[in-house]
Write a protein that binds this ligand. Structure first.
Ligand code: PHE
Length: 493
């Protein structure tokens, strides 16, 4: 075992960092739209099912493995069983890819933050976003050139990532989370209070929460629920294992898992309420229905919202600045967690120094991210995000539950976490990990595959989906297997 493994300064610090990773762009732009398009209030049924049958049990599992085996994700998994080291590398590679497109969205947020002071997107936020700002090409295969303002934003994000991770766990990540997360919460509460007191807010909230029970029968809705919960809780990406490996020996793991899930869930609701209250107000003021002002994920933050801010007068400027600051703060704590999961694995595997690894990684990461600063960036993001979420992360979750449930024995993890936790988890957890999570995730996966083959994602050509979707998944698995063949330096095992 390595002796000099860093530790969090306090359990609170760990919790804030874990919540910081979970609360991200997914909570603010993804969740509200996912709820709305999947049956409104009725979506809450599959959503809570996903939280209790996969989210929390897997969080306990990931925290438990990381804490018991005290290593980055690949190291911990190879300590569980050498044969499964590759399963620790796959999420790390997925994280690297997520990180590159995540930095692009963050770069947009930075730009929009500066624009919101004078509503620089003008009257037509739609055209501004696609044509003037992204200069979007006609298809994913037409890269065009580099869009410099986006590249500069990406560089800034990588510098911030570097700055925080370079300083390490306690002085870097823990400190940043302690500052950013409370600020984020305060800003979000201001947005929500202002949002719900606007005229017409209730129309938005009704649209959001009115249940369309028919939708629950649609398997696609269940897939979205599991996808959202995985992405939102940062499960299956190696982060939670890495973070819990920095905890001192006696820490209440079970309680931390529940706290992380509930805090994330609470934040998700808070932002959905804020977003829909504001959309309701705008629909009312224009005399149209809310359905006409809602657009999909990215469009919500970068098209619909700017439009609302434009018609709002000075409150539009204030809310604009607050909203994009929120996106930035939420995104930075998440992107830092991705950097940490990756660098911790490299540090463990090759026995290198943190500062060197973080510096080289941020430089390489920045270079790879330039692909997203081309005219095809948005398409690449869209395709990769879909494939990594539906197939990458969910399959890792499935395999983790299989390895612990069937190869290791769930009692090993449960006994470990129960021994140090005030709140004990019962045998139900074994049943969930052994039978329920794998079954539900397999069904979800089969259903996504069927849908994928029936209607290729997003109307893209098969070549694009093959190049930027399927190949990315295959690349992740192949690299994972290859890296796991290399021996560990530093006698890590
Ligand atoms: N959980 C983050 C969010 O909701 C996203 C994320 C996913 C971060 C995976 C890290 C890893 O936006």
């Amino acid at each position: 075992m390595q002796e000099s493994r860093e530790q969090w300064g306090s359990k609170m610090g760990f919790l804030l960092a874990a919540i910081g990773s979970a609360v991200g762009l997914g909570n603010i732009w993804r969740f509200p739209y996912v709820v709305y398009s999947n049956g409104g209030g009725a979506f809450l049924i599959p959503y809570f099912c996903a939280i209790f049958t996969a989210g929390i049990p897997l969080l306990i599992l990931e925290y438990g493995i990381g804490h018991k085996f005290k290593g980055s994700t690949p190291l911990s998994l190879s300590r569980v069983n050498k044969k499964f080291e590759w399963l620790g590398w796959w999420p790390i590679i997925s994280s690297a890819i997520i990180l590159c497109y995540y930095s692009m969205i963050l770069s947009w947020s930075v730009k929009y933050l500066t624009l919101s002071f004078n509503k620089g997107w003008g009257q037509d936020s739609d055209t501004f976003f696609y044509n003037d700002f992204l200069k979007l090409s006609e298809s994913p295969l037409h890269f065009g050139g580099i869009v410099w303002p986006i590249l500069m934003g990406i560089a800034l994000i990588w510098i911030i990532n570097w700055f925080i991770c370079y300083k390490g766990i306690k002085a870097g990540i823990e400190k940043a989370s302690k500052i950013l997360l409370p600020c984020l919460l305060i800003i979000m509460i201001i947005i929500v209070i202002r949002g719900v007191t606007l005229k017409g807010a209730e129309v938005g909230l009704n649209t959001l929460f009115t249940p369309n029970l028919e939708k629950i029968k649609d398997p696609q809705v269940w897939i979205s629920a599991y996808g959202q919960v995985f992405f939102s809780l940062s499960i299956g990406t190696g982060i939670m294992m890495t973070y819990s490996s920095y905890l001192p020996p006696k820490t209440d793991i079970n309680n931390s898992a529940f706290m992380t899930a509930f805090a994330n869930c609470g934040f998700e609701f808070l932002s959905a309420i804020g977003v829909f209250a504001i959309l309701g107000a705008m629909a009312t003021s224009q005399g149209v229905s809310v359905d006409e002002v809602v657009t999909s994920g990215i469009g919500l933050a970068f098209i619909a919202f700017p439009k609302v801010f434009t018609i709002m007068g000075v409150w539009g400027n204030i809310l604009g600045v607050l909203f994009f600051t929120c996106l930035m703060f939420a995104g930075i704590t998440s992107s830092v967690s991705l950097v940490e999961a990756i660098s911790a694995s490299i540090i463990d595997k090759f026995g290198l120094k943190r500062k060197k690894v973080v510096t080289i990684m941020c430089l390489v990461g920045f270079l790879i991210s330039t692909v997203f600063a081309t005219n095809a960036g948005l398409y690449l993001l869209d395709i990769m995000d879909n494939f990594i979420n539906n197939y990458g992360i969910v399959v890792v979750g499935l395999l983790e539950s299989f390895v612990i449930g069937w190869v290791l024995n769930p009692n090993v993890i449960r006994d470990h976490t129960n021994a140090i936790s005030y709140f004990k988890i019962g045998k139900w957890w074994n049943i969930i990990i052994k039978y329920i999570t794998p079954t539900l995730l397999t069904l979800t996966l089969i259903q996504s595959l069927i849908t994928e083959f029936k209607t290729p994602y997003g109307g893209y050509t098969l070549t694009s989906l093959f190049l930027f979707g399927w190949s990315v998944i295959a690349f992740g698995i192949i690299c994972a297997v290859l890296i796991s063949k290399k021996p560990w330096k530093k006698e890590a095992l």
